[in-house]
Write a protein that binds this ligand. Structure first.
Ligand code: MG
Ligand code: MG
Length: 279
């Protein structure tokens, strides 16, 4: 695997980056009306169109900046706005999507000189604001021939997302989602991240409740109809530990091992979980 050429940031800078991210969090669970959920579904559909266009463009030789331009074009063409661009952090996030290759887990900044290669696994995360509401989703895909380990990682991480979604029902708890994700990931010998979590979502990208990828059933926030959650297993092959690169955004596995990330925005309804970020 290609070694990452960007240096890791000091612990102090990494802590500052994590604090900046946490400060954007809105306290208090906000219940959405059916009308608001309908708007979020529209936001989610535009977000899905952007992610689909990016997925189709991923191939050896393409830069992560080119992928970013594709996503932004789709979002703006539909009268929506990128949710990540300008998002507060150590400095405002400079792009529409985050792109993470191999050991990069989340928050990777698209760059002209970051070129995708055969055998890479590539995670793309995208957020869209439409009529005042945010949708947030992510996928990881292999480029050409990837290793059996990478293939298993992608499969297990995506399965873990759907195990979590199945728990997103009235009367269950955020801890039920967390435990379902963690159990599936650890059953296959992989690790879930500790420092970054799923989240409530609505008028703000990050709202209460936090939905960690680890936890105990029956704990946390009791789920009610009208809650909307971004569920997002972030999975690492070799360790749960992460570090932040000197760009102060990109989070990588501490041991350089492969990582994967899948995410959907999901409404809790009396009819069961409804995924809002699909076509
Ligand atoms: Mg996301
Ligand atoms: Mg998210």
């Amino acid at each position: 695997m290609r070694r990452n050429t960007l240096l890791r940031a000091s612990r102090r800078i990494a802590a500052r980056a994590r604090d900046a991210w946490r400060r954007t969090w809105r306290k208090g669970v906000r219940i959405k009306s059916p009308e608001e959920i309908a708007i979020m579904r529209q936001a989610g559909r535009i977000n899905a169109l952007a992610l689909q266009a990016v997925r189709e463009a991923i191939r050896p030789g393409v830069s992560t900046a080119e992928l970013d331009a594709i996503a932004e074009e789709v979002i703006r063409r539909h009268g929506a706005k990128p949710a990540f661009k300008g998002y507060p952090g150590p400095y405002p996030f400079p792009a529409t999507i985050t792109v993470c290759i191999n050991e990069e887990l989340v928050h990777g900044i698209p760059r002209e000189d970051r070129i995708i290669q055969e055998g890479d696994i590539v995670s793309v995360d995208c957020g869209t604001i439409y009529k005042g509401f945010v949708a947030d989703a992510a996928f990881t895909v292999g480029v050409g021939n990837i290793s059996p380990l990478a293939r298993k990682l992608l499969q297990v991480t995506e399965e873990a997302l759907y195990k979590g979604i199945q728990q997103a029902r009235p009367g269950r708890y955020t801890g039920d989602i967390s435990a379902a994700i963690q159990a599936h990931v650890e059953k296959h010998g992989f690790h879930v991240v500790r420092e970054y979590t799923g989240h409530g979502i609505g008028r703000w990208m990050h709202e209460d409740p936090a939905v960690p990828n680890f936890g105990e059933p029956g704990t946390g926030e009791r789920l009610r109809p009208g809650m909307v959650l971004a569920l997002e297993p972030m999975v690492l092959v070799g360790t749960p530990e992460t570090e932040v690169l000197e760009d102060e955004w990109t989070v990588v596995s501490a041991d350089g091992s492969l990582t994967a990330h899948f995410e959907h925005t999901v409404a809790v309804t009396e009819f069961g979980p409804q995924i809002l970020t699909k076509l």
